[in-house]
Design a protein around this ligand. Structure first.
Ligand code: FE2
Ligand code: FE2
Length: 291
């Protein structure tokens, strides 16, 4: 049923992004998913992936932030959706812990620093962080799946986690617009400026994580350059950006197309691809449409 785009910040907008999120929630138990048996070479590959510690830590931090923020939300429907998001993040932590235990991945324990006192701002930073992580993560995931780096059955299991993150991003982007409108900052140019500021912070935070991991070499242990090369076979920035754009569009298109979408990163990726000459006219054409 075509209902048209709801006005950002309106009661209909809130109803659509909250209900869309709640109604698309899946029921499953991480431990009962079809985890594949891995032959020794594949098992070794999986264990050498350098970021399991970071993935687990990110999920644990997400839970703490959403659990702290949700009870402060006065609107019952938004709070219900936010509590469901916390439940999904708790399930992500279980999924990652199960993967680590089942395949004997060794990670070092890591301290979880206390949350900053401004929980709303922390949640917003976290939300933009998820937008950046997902945009890049979806592209990496597609390239890794295509390269056959691990058996397809393993990607099928991890796909469930990816599928939930795209719903989180869609919910967050719309919640943010609704929230800003409620604070009298609903004008589109103002929202775009606010987004750009938070995206810059999120990208800065991601760069910090990349630097820290480069120093600690992943999972808190050594990770050799040869292992990294094996993981990134055939990798180019152009291929990655194209995969990011296609995957983000494909995944978001599965949900209510009248809701707001993240726009800054796809626009930046198209500009970057235009500069590298990949996709030429098609990319420039899409770029015009995006603005
Ligand atoms: Fe998650
Ligand atoms: Fe999430």
């Amino acid at each position: 049923m075509a209902r048209g785009k709801p006005k950002a910040g309106s009661a209909e907008h809130r109803q659509r992004f909250c209900r869309g999120f709640i109604d698309s929630h899946l029921r499953f138990e991480p431990e009962r998913l079809a985890w594949p048996a891995l032959e020794p070479a594949m098992l070794q590959r999986l264990r050498e992936v350098p970021f399991w510690q970071e993935v687990l830590y990110t999920e644990m931090r997400a839970i703490r932030i959403i659990e702290a923020f949700a009870p402060t939300i006065p609107d019952p429907l938004v709070r219900e959706a936010m509590e469901l998001m916390a439940e999904e993040e708790r399930r992500h932590e279980r999924l990652v812990r199960h993967l680590i235990a089942r395949y004997g991945i060794v990670i070092e324990a890591r301290e979880m620093p206390p949350l900053p006192s401004n929980i709303e701002r922390t949640f917003i930073d976290f939300g933009y962080g998820e937008c950046v992580d997902s945009f890049l993560g979806f592209g990496f995931f597609r390239l890794a799946r295509e390269s056959g780096f691990l058996p397809q059955e393993m990607f099928d299991v991890l796909e469930i986690l990816m599928g939930e993150e795209v719903r989180h991003v869609l919910f967050f982007v719309n919640w943010m617009a609704w929230h800003e409108a409620g604070c009298g900052r609903g004008a589109a140019p103002l929202r775009a400026l606010t987004s750009a500021w938070y995206y810059a912070r999120a990208i800065g935070a991601l760069a910090g994580v990349a630097l820290r991991n480069a120093r600690h070499r992943g999972n808190g242990r050594e990770f050799s350059a040869t292992q990294a090369a094996g993981l990134m076979q055939g990798f180019t920035v152009g291929r990655l950006l194209e995969a990011c754009l296609e995957e983000n569009r494909r995944r978001l298109d599965a949900y209510d197309r009248d809701l707001l979408r993240p726009r800054l990163l796809p626009a930046l990726a198209r500009i970057a691809l235009g500069f590298t000459g990949r996709g030429g006219r098609r990319i420039r054409e899409e770029n015009r449409q995006a603005f």
